[in-house]
Design a protein around this ligand. Structure first.
Ligand SMILES: C[S@@+](CC[C@H](N)C(=O)[O-])C[C@H]1O[C@@H](n2cnc3c(N)ncnc32)[C@H](O)[C@@H]1O
Length: 350
């Protein structure tokens, strides 16, 4: 799309006036079909139907064990993920949804009072603010004040993704996490695709090439982004399919930590991590990312970055980390027999 304002005006029209429910979508990009885990299914049951019907997310950016956290949802839409997060953060947490489309905010705000009353939480625990994800301070979100930033199928719609990423780093506290699902592409899309209005609104044309996203994350200050899950996106519409050609799209959930100790590569300091349990729904083992599954009470050799992510964040209370970074053994070797014996079948560990 030609310029930033035109992009945003079209996106507002698409989500405010054109789409009325998830069934109006032309691709599967903005519509998660995967079954959510049990703790989410239970929380989802209490989310009002009208909100669920206007859900346009592509993943499940809702981590477990977020009690007491302050959470911001970028592009919260009709608010499904905020309602779920509000239940999970509990009476001492707070959830703030930010969106630029009035019609979406209107639906999101409609049920806040009754929902919080039913939960027995103060109404101020769940707020929806008008704002742009490129300018979070203007939505009243202070730097270094947020524990967790989530987002579901929104960053692809931003004409200035670099500003979004650096803004997220700014508002997160040290040790905070950006845990989000979005649409990515296996290549840089040609101009004619990027200019296609309908494909843009459907979260396809603005999708980043995955390698460019990694570069952007590094530049913003998020070293070592971790993939949690990914699934392919189908473009089934007969008119849209030929426009994208051979490009392949997927929905990916990443977790990125604001930690100054993270390095650009996985380094070996001989550190060992043990999950001691306590994360609900993951009693016998914890899935940290797509290549780390920690069986409870079993020690695993991990790289320095993984050790930091497990020790210096909200996950710290569920892990014991042995060793510091005082002795360096070189680059972390995922294929070494020593690592392999400490890694669950099928899982590398760097
Ligand atoms: C695909 S919908 C996803 C909505 C919601 N996250 C969900 O899962 O249902 C995209 C939402 O992002 C909002 N949005 C897009 N670009 C934005 C921006 N730059 N600033 C704020 N909101 C934005 C749109 O208004 C829309 O509500």
């Amino acid at each position: 799309m030609e310029n930033d304002n035109k992009v945003q005006e079209f996106v507002k029209k698409y989500y405010g006036k054109i789409l009325k429910s998830s069934s109006d979508l032309k691709t599967t990009a903005c519509c998660t079909t995967d079954a959510p885990p049990l703790y989410l299914r239970q929380a989802l049951k209490n989310v009002p139907t009208e909100i669920q019907e206007r859900y346009y997310g592509c993943g499940s950016p809702l981590p477990a064990e977020i009690e007491g956290l302050t959470v911001v949802d970028l592009g919260s839409g009709s608010g499904r993920d905020c309602y779920v997060s509000a239940a999970l953060t509990g009476p001492t947490g707070q959830v703030i949804g930010v969106d630029m489309t009035d019609e979406q905010l209107e639906v999101a705000r409609e049920h806040v009072e009754s929902y919080c009353r039913d939960l027995g939480y103060p109404e101020s625990n769940l707020q929806f603010r008008h704002g742009y994800i490129e300018f979070l301070n203007e939505a009243g979100i202070a730097n270094n004040s947020i524990d967790l930033v989530i987002s579901n199928c929104v960053v692809n719609l931003s004409p200035d993704k670099e500003r979004v990423m650096s803004g997220v780093v700014d508002i997160l506290k040290e040790g905070g996490e950006f845990y989000f699902s979005d649409v990515y592409c296996d290549r840089r899309l040609p101009e004619e695709v990027r200019q296609h209005e309908l494909l843009y609104g459907e979260c396809i044309a603005g999708a980043l090439y995955t390698e460019d996203f990694i570069r952007l994350a590094h530049k913003a200050g998020f070293a070592d982004p971790r993939v949690l899950s990914q699934s392919p996106i189908e473009i089934t519409d007969a008119e849209l399919k030929p426009i994208v050609g051979e490009a392949k799209f997927s929905s990916i959930t990443y977790r990125l930590f604001k930690l100054p100790s993270l390095e650009t590569l996985c380094e070996d300091y001989g550190q060992v991590a043990t999950y001691t349990g306590g994360i609900s729904g993951q009693e016998s083992g914890f899935l940290f990312d797509d290549h780390h599954y920690f069986i409870k009470n079993k020690p695993y050799l991990v790289c320095g970055n993984t050790a930091s992510m497990l020790e210096e964040t909200r996950l710290g209370k569920y892990f014991t980390i042995h060793g510091k970074r005082d002795t360096h053994f070189g680059l972390f070797d995922c294929a070494s027999p020593e690592t392999a014996t400490l890694t669950p079948p099928g899982g590398a560990c760097c």
